[in-house]
Design a protein around this ligand. Structure first.
Ligand SMILES: Nc1ncnc2c1ncn2[C@@H]1O[C@H](COP(=O)(O)OP(=O)(O)OP(=O)(O)O)[C@@H](O)[C@H]1O
Ligand SMILES: [Mg+2]
Length: 351
């Protein structure tokens, strides 16, 4: 095969087959993308190249899986013996109960009607702690972090302290303005974002974290038309942004420059290292920082496969995602994906 022919054949293969060709021939091939894999295969010694050309030819001659004739059944060596159990599969055991349908997957999705609830222990703990310490609330999405934020705001207002609530997004800030105005009254809530400046003297101010950081900068230089000495509570929602490569510094500086008398409440469903963040806040602020962290999901995740054709299918046979256990893909998802591979790669490459 000429170099060009080989390149062309390799380029037509899915990456999984390129890795098969590279196995034991290309050092650390599993770290490579398609282009580097092809370059490495082309650079092999003449002997190894001959080997991959042979394997490649067998790949190309392999009939498409779907048209492979079924293997004839092996005769049972002992006709009276009970049928041999199937050998243990490398894959997970396929359950016998029927796979769920798309309707069942989507059932119950939507915003539930508001119902009164009893706060969980961790919520009460967080609210109590905030009277004396900063708090990091690192709990899964939909757990009720907002409840803690609202109760802490209520307490701060009762104590005649002001509150700043920050979010990383203008859209989220606008949503919170509506939500907090309904709860506390429109005159009690103001907003400061790049696009909006309403009621800036209100005791509850919503702003993007960048605006708060800039306010704290201005306060440090003595140029500010807002009182910070009565600021009782700073809520940093979506505080996993601390880890953001570009914007993280804004969260960091906000925490560093936060007035000593203000309590900090950091909310997030996805901080990877909350204990390290708590230790850091402990080390730079005069107030201690208490971490509340759990992983109990009150809203289970559901996974679906959206095929490029627009069809939606459950990703797994069962509705809930099995954590840490084996899982079985949904037959409809498998079928849709196999069709997709056939259309885009050609059936012979499907594994
Ligand atoms: N203890 C509770 N028991 C039952 N429902 C609760 C409880 N606490 C809060 N809720 C309800 O749970 C829903 C989700 O709460 P919330 O929006 O505060 O979640 P969150 O933790 O902020 O999630 P996200 O990470 O997505 O921002 C709300 O409708 C809220 O009323
Ligand atoms: Mg929230």
């Amino acid at each position: 095969m000429t170099n060009d022919e080989l390149t062309q054949h390799l380029a037509g293969l899915p990456v999984s087959l390129l890795h098969r060709l590279a196995k034991n021939r290309v050092h650390r091939h599993f770290r490579m993308g398609k282009t580097r894999l092809i370059q490495s295969l082309l650079a092999l010694s003449p002997g190894q190249r001959a080997e991959i050309e042979t394997t490649l030819t067998s790949f190309l001659q392999e009939p498409p899986r779907s048209s492979k004739p079924d293997r004839p059944a092996k005769p049972n060596p002992q006709p009276d013996a009970p049928p041999r159990p199937a050998p243990p599969s490398r894959h997970h055991h396929v359950p016998t109960e029927p796979a769920i349908g798309t309707k069942a997957l989507l059932e119950g999705l939507g915003v539930p009607p508001p119902r009164p609830f009893k706060p969980d222990d961790w919520q009460r703990d967080a609210i109590d702690r905030l009277t004396t310490t900063d708090v990091i609330l690192s709990v899964p999405t939909g757990s009720g972090k907002t409840y803690v934020a609202i109760e802490a705001m209520r307490r701060a207002i009762e104590a005649e302290r002001t509150v700043i609530y920050t979010s990383p997004l203008k859209a989220l800030s606008n949503t919170k303005l509506t939500e907090f105005s309904q709860l506390f009254g429109a005159d009690q809530v103001g907003i400061l974002t790049g696009d909006r400046r309403d009621n800036p003297q209100a005791p509850i101010l919503i702003m993007t974290t960048e605006i708060l950081r800039n306010l704290l900068y201005d306060a440090a230089s003595g140029e500010i038309d807002m009182r910070l000495d009565t600021l009782g509570l700073i809520i940093l929602d979506e505080s996993q942004f601390l880890a953001d490569a570009e914007r993280g510094v804004v969260w960091e500086e906000t925490i560093i420059f936060a007035p000593a008398q203000s309590r900090l409440l950091l909310l997030s469903a996805s901080i990877g290292n909350p204990d390290e963040i708590a230790a850091w806040i402990n080390s730079i602020r005069s107030t201690s920082c208490h971490l509340i962290h759990h992983r109990n999901r009150s809203v289970p995740l559901r996974a679906a496969y959206l095929d490029p054709s627009g069809k939606l299918a459950p990703f797994f046979r069962a509705r809930d995602i099995a954590h840490g256990k084996g899982f079985v893909l949904h037959p409809e998802t498998k079928r849709l994906f196999a069709n997709y591979e056939d259309r885009t790669l050609g059936p012979r490459y499907r594994r």
